[in-house]
Write a protein that binds this ligand. Structure first.
Ligand code: CP
Length: 321
């Protein structure tokens, strides 16, 4: 694999390979010395043209724990703010001999374009409303860990599982990557949103569109809530927050009605009190912080699949020195 640009780039075998290696990587999170030599001598630049907490930090930690040199570049503070084009910025950084560019950009399709310009490997860390493949991978990882916990470690795939994705689907790159990856892995996906926030063309996706949020919750093994992206809304997409909550909010009342074992997910950042109540976000069934934790392990695995050498390199530094 040279790049990871979209969840649809991955076949089932590649996706499972990333999830399996992430399990080994997650062991490192529990060690006192969080360092393996897997990417020693490699240089990774996190190039973020759009804000991020989870993705940028976890890619930086992932690179550092694997002994890569990781550098963060954001639009603010770089020559982008002086008017340098994205292409010139990329060619400049690529000319320095970096091995991997992890890129987030507000424009859908820009990261794919970037990959065609540079010699380095490129990872899409989120482009507009298009794709966020490592988010989908960490979501799938978190689901699998949850189901293994419920089923005593016997169930290791997605067949027969139903994931309901609800919220502002129109502006979401997470929904597109999750639909692609979850269907590749064999899960059924239900989509639920106000009609104004359902992407045009979603009826052609390999999903079932469900009008009633309460019906979606009844059928789901996972309730994945997505953020209302107010910063991308130039006009009213729903009459009021009260009506949004009544129709599509995971409220404390709806939380009480969930079947046992139904897990709650949200990629973050969350609008507490809008698409998800604090009672749901902080409940025993919430995987929100598991998702954050999985983000480091999954991104280690992705970087290793793109840049790594032999499996021996995934042992702790000093173990095989
Ligand atoms: N989920 C996600 O991509 O979060 P950040 O915007 O904080 O990276």
């Amino acid at each position: 694999m040279k790049h990871l640009l979209a969840a649809s780039d991955l076949d089932r075998g590649q996706a499972l390979s990333i999830l399996d290696l992430a399990e080994q990587m997650q062991d490192i999170q529990g060690r006192e010395v969080k360092k393996i030599p897997a990417l020693r001598g490699r240089t990774i630049i996190n190039l973020f043209f759009e804000d991020s907490t989870r993705t940028r930090t976890s890619f930086e930690i992932a690179g550092k724990w694997m002994s890569a040199d990781t550098i963060n570049v954001s639009a603010k503070g770089s020559s982008v703010s002086k008017g340098e084009s994205m292409k010139d910025t990329l060619l400049t950084l690529d000319s320095m001999g970096v091995d991997c560019l992890v890129i987030r950009h507000a424009g859908s399709g820009t990261v794919q374009q970037a990959a065609s310009w540079v010699r380095a490997s490129v990872v899409n860390a989120g482009d507009g409303a298009h794709e966020h493949p490592t988010q989908a991978l960490l979501d799938a990882y978190s689901m699998r860990q949850h189901w293994r916990g419920l089923d005593g470690g016997e169930v290791n795939d997605f067949e027969g599982r139903t994931v309901a994705i609800t919220g502002d689907l129109l502006h979401s790159r997470v929904v597109r990557s999750n639909v692609s990856l979850l269907t590749t892995l064999g899960a059924k996906v239900l989509l639920c949103a106000p009609p104004t926030l359902m992407p045009t063309g979603a009826s052609g996706w390999p999903v079932e569109i469900v009008d009633s949020f309460d019906e979606a919750l009844c059928r789901a093994d996972i309730a994945m809530m997505l953020r209302v992206q107010r910063e991308r809304m130039s006009s009213g997409f729903f009459p009021s927050e009260r009506e949004y909550i009544d129709g599509w909010g995971l409220t404390a009342t709806r939380l009480q009605g969930l079947r046992p074992g139904v897990a709650i997910m949200h990629p973050g950042p969350m609008n507490r009190g809008l698409e998800i109540s604090s009672e749901a976000a902080d409940s025993i069934g919430s995987l929100v912080l598991n998702q954050v934790s999985a983000g480091v392990a999954v991104r280690m695995s992705v970087l290793y699949h793109l840049l790594g050498g032999s499996q021996d390199d995934t042992t702790q530094e000093g173990e095989n020195a």
